[in-house]
Design a protein around this ligand. Structure first.
Ligand code: MF3
Ligand code: CO
Ligand code: CO
Length: 269
């Protein structure tokens, strides 16, 4: 038996086997490839339900499973969160209009492993204020990822994200967080996108989790609409989010959901 097998930390965080990284890379690569391939469909006049239907088809064509269909009653292969929707937007018949920004979040299961990633898109042209929000949110995710190495804490990740976002006079959503994952969708720990250095569980090689900061141009408060899923900013300000699934290595991090086409950001390729 491998030294990592089956171990949970005292915080209930699973320490995975070195061979488990391959399973996560396969699942993560599929989720990321789907987000690459859907980019061409994001245009003014398109509906979010048509985008979701195409994502569901791509998941099935790959012989994979959607982790979100049937999850707590959710019915779709993606969450599509437009403009002031913070997360968990439900695909529907509304058409995108020029300048809308949207997050598309896909989670797939491949050979039992979960790949969870989301990124921002724009329908048509990006306004200056939306571009600034998207850039700061993207860079905040990477500030968090750069804090991932054994011996650092989850508070170090949250602090790096919060400090960066607030330095740009934007706000970090507190009501939703990243999560452990692996052979399950959501596991300990809660990965907060704010916090204090040196607090929270200590990172160890073999931990797998997401970092998925949501950033608002206005206030951080959110509310969930009557559909029980759609989270919006209370002040109706624009919101953005990027998400990667990552693993802790001996000396840093391994990103499972890198874009194969280098299209993680809406202004790239
Ligand atoms: N993929 C989302 C996350 O990042 C979870 C979506 S759950 C759903 O954790 F049911 F809303 F799809
Ligand atoms: Co997630
Ligand atoms: Co997600």
């Amino acid at each position: 038996m491998d030294k990592f097998e089956g171990r949970l930390t005292r915080d209930g965080i699973r320490i995975h086997n070195p061979s488990d990284f391959a399973g996560m890379h396969k699942a993560g690569a599929l989720a990321a490839r789907i987000l690459d391939d859907i980019a061409g469909m994001v245009e003014p006049g398109q509906t979010t339900e048509a985008i979701d239907a195409e994502i569901e088809r791509m998941v099935n064509d790959a012989g994979a499973k959607s982790a979100t269909i049937g999850y707590k009653g959710y019915q779709h292969a993606s969450c599509i969160s437009v403009n002031h929707v913070v997360c968990h937007g439900i695909p529907g018949p509304k058409t995108l209009k020029n300048g809308d920004i949207l997050n598309i979040d896909v989670t797939v299961i491949v050979d039992g492993w979960f790949g969870d990633t989301s990124r921002m898109y724009v329908a048509g042209s990006l306004s200056r204020k939306a571009e600034r929000l998207v850039q700061v949110t993207h860079d905040a995710l990477f500030k968090g990822i750069e804090a991932v190495k054994p011996g650092n804490t989850f508070g170090d990740i949250g602090h790096a994200i919060q400090a960066y976002v607030e330095a740009h006079r934007m706000s970090v959503v507190r009501d939703f967080c990243g999560h452990g994952l692996g052979q399950v969708f959501h596991a300990p720990p809660n990965v907060l996108h704010y916090g204090r250095p040196g607090t929270g569980p200590t990172l160890e090689e073999g931990m797998f989790f997401t970092i998925e900061p949501m950033v608002n141009l206005g206030r951080p408060e959110t509310k969930v609409l009557a559909d029980d899923w759609t989270a919006v900013t209370r002040d109706k300000s624009l919101s953005a989010q990027f998400e990667h699934s990552i693993g802790v290595t001996a000396d840093g991090f391994d990103i499972f959901t890198l874009s194969p086409g280098g299209k993680f950001h809406p202004t790239w390729a």
